[in-house]
Design a protein around this ligand. Structure first.
Ligand code: 8YV
Length: 316
């Protein structure tokens, strides 16, 4: 049987056996293994109609431009800031991502980070492992209470909504900032992000990445959150002005930070690694067995749908 050919930009190593499962159904051109990528596209990929990629490996304008017959980009992950969607649209190329299937797991991680930072879980764990229970326990600063406090969500999309819903379970007052208020939710809307930060104990960033939100959470917003406030980011590192965050944390002007994403991944500012009021994770919001399986299934279903009907199941 003649399997359709696709170009895969990077290994989908975030889902176990993803590369093998894709290769069982398609003839895969492995872009990430090419020693001379430009030549590889010119010599091997001129007939390629479909690209498979991920939120991490993306798809640049240069790749889109180098594929004259390209019709679709199928991506693993909900974020598409690493894909040049404008260039794809201009070329009539459709793009799919993997929305919804990861909402709850990303929201769970946001809450694990929030609780972990507020209740000093990583700090306690580090001290026990270092045999410092008695030494440090005496100096343990009391943690802030979480329940019945104020939760601010930056970006009340599908993931933000799942985070807000969990906040209600902790009897929290929930506020949010979006470009426009949503009519279908009862949480309080703030059209000013500074005002949301001022009125929040915990500010959770759940908005899209990309140029439209770059440094949306800037120094004034972080100052407004204040010395008792904790900022959580499970969105994209670019949404927070990381240099401002490091500086305000080191001056005690922001209370704490719990971060799954960073501005220059996989680099993490050294200063953050030495702060007890900071919790760090290596961009793993969707990394559960069930969700990563569902993400791979949606990639496979989008590929199959496009090859059989010319339509994507979850176009962006
Ligand atoms: C990551 C994500 O891709 O879906 C997204 O956009 O950011 C996540 O699923 C994943 O956690 C690996 O970085």
């Amino acid at each position: 049987m003649n399997m359709p050919r696709i170009l895969q930009i990077g290994s989908l190593s975030g889902s176990p056996n993803a590369d093998q499962e894709i290769a069982r159904r398609y003839q895969v051109l492995e872009y990430w293994k090419a020693s001379d990528p430009i030549r590889f596209l010119r010599d091997e990929a001129q007939d390629i109609e479909v690209v498979a990629t991920s939120a991490m490996t993306g798809c640049t304008a240069a790749i889109i431009d180098a594929l004259p017959r390209l019709r679709a980009i199928v991506s693993w992950g909900v974020g598409f800031d690493s894909i040049d969607v404008d260039r794809a649209r201009a070329r009539g190329v459709v793009v799919s991502n993997t929305p919804d299937v990861l909402n709850d797991c990303v929201a769970d991680l946001a809450w694990a980070l929030l609780l972990g930072c507020a209740r000093q879980i990583a700090w306690g764990d580090r001290n026990i492992r270092a045999h410092r229970w008695t030494e440090r326990a005496a100096g343990l600063p009391l943690a802030p209470r979480v329940h019945h406090k104020k939760l601010g969500v930056v970006g009340l999309g599908r993931i933000g909504e799942a985070i807000a819903q969990r906040g209600r379970g902790f009897d929290m007052e929930v506020g949010y900032h979006n470009r426009n208020p949503r009519r279908d939710v009862s949480h309080r809307y703030f059209d000013s992000l500074v005002e949301l930060a001022t009125s929040s104990d915990f500010l959770v960033v759940a908005t899209v990445g990309g140029s439209s939100t770059r440094h949306l959470v800037n120094e004034p917003v972080l100052r407004a959150l204040g010395p008792a406030g904790i900022v959580v980011n499970i969105a994209r590192g670019t949404v927070i002005d990381e240099a401002a965050l490091v500086s305000l944390l080191s001056q005690g002007l922001v209370g704490g930070a719990a971060l799954d994403v960073f501005e220059h991944e996989p680099q993490v500012p050294e200063a953050l690694k030495h702060m007890d009021n900071v919790v760090l994770m290596p961009h793993v919001g969707s990394a559960t067995i069930e969700t990563r399986r569902a993400m791979l299934d949606l990639v496979l279903d989008n590929l199959q749908s496009f090859f059989s009907t010319g339509k994507l199941l979850t176009p962006i």
